[in-house]
Every structure is written in C-alpha cells, then in structure tokens.
Design a protein around this ligand. Structure first.
Ligand SMILES: NC(=O)c1ccc[n+]([C@@H]2O[C@H](COP(=O)([O-])OP(=O)(O)OC[C@H]3O[C@@H](n4cnc5c(N)ncnc54)[C@H](O)[C@@H]3O)[C@@H](O)[C@H]2O)c1
Length: 415
C-alpha cells in the first residue's frame, strides 16, 4: 500500500531519533528480540494509531519484528513528527500521517489506515475504534481485537460496550499498573513541563501554577511544578482527589477563583470546558493556558475566539488572544496535548514500560483470540508483573523473597 507522508527525504533525521530511543528502551528491546524469534504475529495485519514520534516508531518496528505487516496513523494532528514517519516508511511500515493535518486530512488518514484491513490494532483516544463502529461496522466485525493507550479512549470504549455495540475485545493498557503509575504520573509530569518550558522560555519558580484535575496525570504535573518552586493550586470535582491534593500540600479551589491567581494553567481532566468564558472573564493578564488531556476541548477555544478582539502568533506554538480591556492570554499548542504538540512526549524510559505492555497485549490477544469475547479487558496481571520484573532486571535491582514462614504467615488467619 502507498504511504501518505510529508517527505521521505527526512528519513535519516528520523532514523537518528529512533536509534536514540532504541538505546533507552531495554524492555522493548527484549520483547523485540523475543518477537523476532517467535514471530507471534506472523501473517497478521496491524494498524497503530498513536502519537507518531520516535518511541511509537520503535513500537511499530517491534510489532513488525513479530511478523505482522504494520500501518500507522497519527492520534493527534500536531504530535506527528514527519522525519520519524519518513524513517518508518524506509523501514517497511506503511504510514498515513503528517504534522499539522487538518481535521479532514486527519480523518482521511484514519480511514486510509483502516483500508489496510487490520486484524489487530492499537488505538490512542478511541478515534480508530469509533470510526470503525460508526462508519465501517462490517469491517469492525472481522477484527481480532486491539489495545487502547489512554484514559479518554477507555472511557469511550466502555461507553460503546455499555450500549452493547463493541464488536471485538479491547485491552485497556492504560489501566495496567505499570502504565498509569508511571506513564500518566511521571511521564506526563515531566513532559508537560518540557513542552511549556521549551515553548515559553519563561520561569516557573515563584509563579502560581493551576492544575485542573488531580488524577494520575494531574498528580505528576503538580508534583513537578512544586519541584520547579511554583505555588500550586489544584481544581477538582472529586472530593477524594481534592483531599489527596490538600494532603500533598496544594491549595484547592474552584476554577473561577484560581483563574484570578494563576500565571500558568494546565488542564488534564479528560473532560471539556474546564477553562471557559466565565473563567476567561476574570483571568489574570498574560496567563499561559495549556492542556495535557487527550482532546483539545479542555480550554474552550470558541469562547477564547469570541471574546478576543485580536489573535496573533506570539511565538512558535503560542497564540496570543487580546481581550477588549487589554488583557492578554496565551494558548500553547492550540490547546492540544502540550507535551506532544510542543515537545517530544514522555521520556523513552517511561514509554518503554507502556509500549512493552502494548506489544505483549497484542501477543496475548492473538494467542487467546478464540477465548476472548467482545468487551473491554484488563491487561493480564502476569503481563503487568513481567514488565515490572524486566524493568528491575534492566536496572540491576533485586528484591527480597518471602521466606516460607512469611508466606505462611501472610496466608493464615490464626495468630
Ligand atoms: N498528555 C499525555 O501524554 C497524557 C498521558 C496520559 C493520559 N492523558 C490524558 O489525560 C487525561 C487525564 O488522564 P488521567 O489518567 O489523569 O485521568 P484520571 O481519571 O486519573 O484523572 C482525571 C481527573 O480529572 C478530574 N476532573 C474531571 N472533570 C473535572 C472538572 N470539570 N474540573 C476539575 N477536575 C475534573 C477527575 O475528578 C479526575 O480526578 C485524559 O484525557 C487522558 O487520556 C494524557
């Protein structure tokens, strides 16, 4: 199949990026070696819809090493790196993606990837699976199954399953412990600040950072902001998460109050309209708005556009909106995931865990295809533990083992 990419001549630059992450992903290295010997996906066609940067490329090459024919498409128009995609094509992967795709082009890329006729798939945010079920139902019925990368995608899958419409098994990779405890918390925590710092070249210390949502991602973003010496305010709707934020040493208040104080905002709720007109009406002059949630709906861009008397590009990846009273706000990366639109996403060592789970989940799906019904499934605990053990081994870290007496003690009820 013919790829649709920006420029194949960018491949050498992309290959260097893939080589770099290859050197920092020891778990995926090991999975790839094992796959290359066993070929567990031989004869299968796989479509991978993820943020197309170097770590994802290495995952695609791992799936290819398992014997599958692989096609990729982006899961967000601004996170695709054209040089990496070109390198993938040079490595025999079919690709339908370019950086800055319009909504129409993005949708066309998804459909082109589905024309590849996948047996198995990896989705990030649910667009691939939603397209299959809304527009290509006959094709959906023939799919063996897939794996979903993120919180928002799993919410969408569960909604589809609740309506009895999901036609194949999907593994919720996001909900594995070796995923959300590390990728969502430490990965998002670090890479969000990488994106904000690269883009603005401003200080964080001494500023008020507002983090909307104190889930796994929000915890990481807030902890890193504290480490950069910011005063951190959290907004939440869940009383338990709010208590966690308070005990972790952060202030908690409604967004309408936080809007007046914040210098830098990071929304990471998976919900919509977290910053909207009523907040923009009182927001501090020169506030920086960024989003790390999956979709670009957390900062209401329609409200921003409607309220602004002028909009201009103030700097690469920064839109400046000026309000009638002269206040300005800056929106980073069009309100799309700031760590991917304005930086390279999570560190390679973190994606090593997530993508090892993804690769092993595809292996599991194909091996157990006759036993799995349509629905949303957890990553088997044995895979989660295997990835944890691989990581410790790669780091040269050993653990204690239970003595016989200890095991007996833990399993008994009598004193
Ligand atoms: N940027 C990235 O690289 C990256 C990585 C992983 C996940 N994500 C995405 O980030 C989002 C959050 O993921 P998560 O794993 O932290 O989810 P989570 O469910 O653990 O946390 C979301 C939090 O947001 C809170 N929330 C919901 N509506 C709110 C509102 N109106 N105001 C304030 N708080 C609200 C919830 O109570 C919850 O505590 C999802 O869209 C997910 O797909 C992004």
């Amino acid at each position: 199949m013919d790829s649709m990419i920006r420029d194949i001549n960018l491949a050498p630059q992309g290959q260097l990026k893939i080589d770099w992450v290859d050197q920092h992903m020891p778990i995926l290295n090991q999975v790839k070696r094992d796959f290359a010997q066993r070929k567990p996906l031989a004869g299968k066609r796989a479509v991978i819809c993820l943020h197309l940067e170097a770590k994802t490329a290495y995952l695609a090459l791992t799936v290819k090493a398992a014997g599958a024919e692989v096609a990729v498409c982006g899961s967000n128009p601004l996170s695709t790196q054209d040089d990496v995609v070109a390198a993938l094509v040079k490595n025999g992967v079919t690709a339908y993606a370019w950086h800055g795709a319009t909504d129409k082009e993005y949708k066309m890329h998804l459909n082109k990837a589905l024309d590849f006729q996948p047996d198995i798939l990896i989705d990030d945010g649910g667009d691939l699976v939603a397209t299959l079920h809304a527009e290509r139902l006959e094709q959906a019925k023939g799919i063996i199954g897939g794996a979903e990368e993120t919180t928002t995608g799993i919410l969408r899958l569960k909604a589809l399953a609740r309506e009895g419409k999901l036609t194949f098994p999907m593994i919720a990779v996001n909900d594995a412990q070796m995923k959300y405890l590390f990728d969502n918390r430490y990965g998002t925590g670090q890479s969000v600040w990488d994106g904000i710092l690269r883009t603005t070249n401003l200080t964080v210390c001494g500023k008020v950072v507002v983090v909307a949502g104190y889930g796994w991602c929000g915890k990481g973003v807030a902890a890193r902001a504290k480490g950069l010496n910011a005063r951190v305010v959290v907004t939440e709707i869940d009383p338990i998460k709010a208590n966690e934020a308070l005990m972790d040493g952060f202030e908690v208040m409604p967004m309408v109050e936080a809007a007046k104080l914040g210098d830098i905002f990071v929304t990471v709720t998976g919900n919509r309209d977290i910053i909207r007109r009523e907040h923009l009406e009182v927001i501090k002059d020169k506030a920086i708005l960024s989003n790390a949630g999956h979709f670009d709906v957390e900062v209401n861009k329609e409200d921003l556009r409607a309220m602004a008397t002028s909009v201009r590009i103030a700097r690469k990846n920064i839109e400046e909106y000026t309000f009638p009273d002269g206040r300005k706000v800056y929106l980073l990366g069009e309100g799309r995931l700031v760590n991917l639109a304005c930086a390279d996403g999570h560190p390679a060592e973190v994606m090593d865990l997530t993508f090892a789970l993804q690769a092993l989940s595809l292996d599991y799906l194909v091996a157990n295809r006759d036993k799995l019904e349509p629905g949303v499934f957890s990553v088997p605990d044995s895979i989660d533990r295997k990835v944890a053990e691989f990581r410790l081994k790669a780091l040269g870290v050993s653990l204690d083992e239970l003595t016989e007496k200890q095991a007996k003690y833990l399993a008994s009820w009598a004193e």
